[in-house]
Design a protein around this ligand. Sequence first.
Ligand code: NAD
Ligand code: UDP
Length: 339
Amino acid sequence: MNTILVTGGLGFIGSHTVIDLVKQGYSVIIVDNLSNASAKVLPVLEELSQKKIPFYPVDIREKKELEKIFQEHQIDAVIHFAGLKAVGESVQKPLSYYDNNLISTITLLEVMEEYSVRKLVFSSSATVYGEPEKMPLLETDLTGATSPYGRTKLWIEQILQDLCDANDAWDVVALRYFNPLGAHKSGDLGEDPKGIPNNLAPYITQVGVGKLEKLHVFGNDYPTSDGTCVRDYIHVLDLAAGHRAAITYLEKEHCRYEIFNLGSGSGFSVLEMIKSFEKAIGKEIPFVVDSRRAGDIPVSYADTKKAEDKLGWKVQKTIDEMCADAWRWQKKHPDGFEP
Ligand code: NAD
Ligand code: UDP
């Protein structure tokens, strides 16, 4: 397999994965409707990889436009990142989330079927574990969703399972990501959320550059060692390498449908993350403790054995590297891609 179509390839995780794939010798084609990405990411990707990368500014719900891409290129596999991802927004605008995430995936699968491209890596999420009862989280654990966003991930997983059950020619890997952060070593590619960040890492780095006054810690009365929530953070470059491992797996195995956790297997609390960022930034991060955020679970971290055994993949980077890399990007580009 040499040519990979990457949907959502100008977004945070997609862009880092594109760099990784191109560096490994894959030909990559990007489709992204720019709903949550800047067109300025493309020249950065081309500069960092020293390659021209075909890009289509297309909404993948537009079947005719998507078909044109499959007509123009001999695609071997697809990595499907495109989707809306903000949990809180999905509660406010459920129909947008169902429309965008479900219709885009179904349209993509129909076009793949039409062009006999039946190898897919899908971006799922640890959110599909809902409100789990035990840690670490295993791929076989019960699932459940607490938001429309989470439901789109769960339903897409089910659609993919049904498709693979119905047609033996399909091979699909669903990757359940834990909490991605970090950035490319150059400091020229990183997470660029629109508006006020929802996620912890970009919020802290924006406090670091002075764009936000202080961090609001959502609750310190959880049943954890310091009372703040614990998450499994993973460097976006490790995550990118996990996608490459999934593509290699699809090249070798007729796997039908497989799910893998992509996480580090360790958990860090919000206060531990603040400390690690303070080390990277070289100054204190002011914060206040607020009430709990609706829907947050106390602890989440992955069992990573399946990915280690079957994909031959595990994380390489530490929390300190994640924080240092995220900070390098934010410091160099305080206003992201669109100053
Ligand atoms: P992102 O928003 O940076 O990237 C998604 C990209 O998809 C964006 O560039 C956006 O413009 C594009 N897009 C959205 N809808 C589209 C459509 N209909 N047609 C074409 N392009 C479209 O998000 P990310 O953090 O890179 O996440 C990538 C994937 O991973 C998403 O599916 C997300 O749900 C999933 N995920 C992310 C996280 C996280 O914390 N970042 C965690 C678990 C899972
Ligand atoms: N969090 C916080 N303040 C923020 C953003 C996040 O205290 O401004 C906490 C949040 O409650 C959670 C952890 O940081 O416990 C990670 O949150 P994030 O939104 O990054 O990821 P999630 O695991 O919720 O998807």
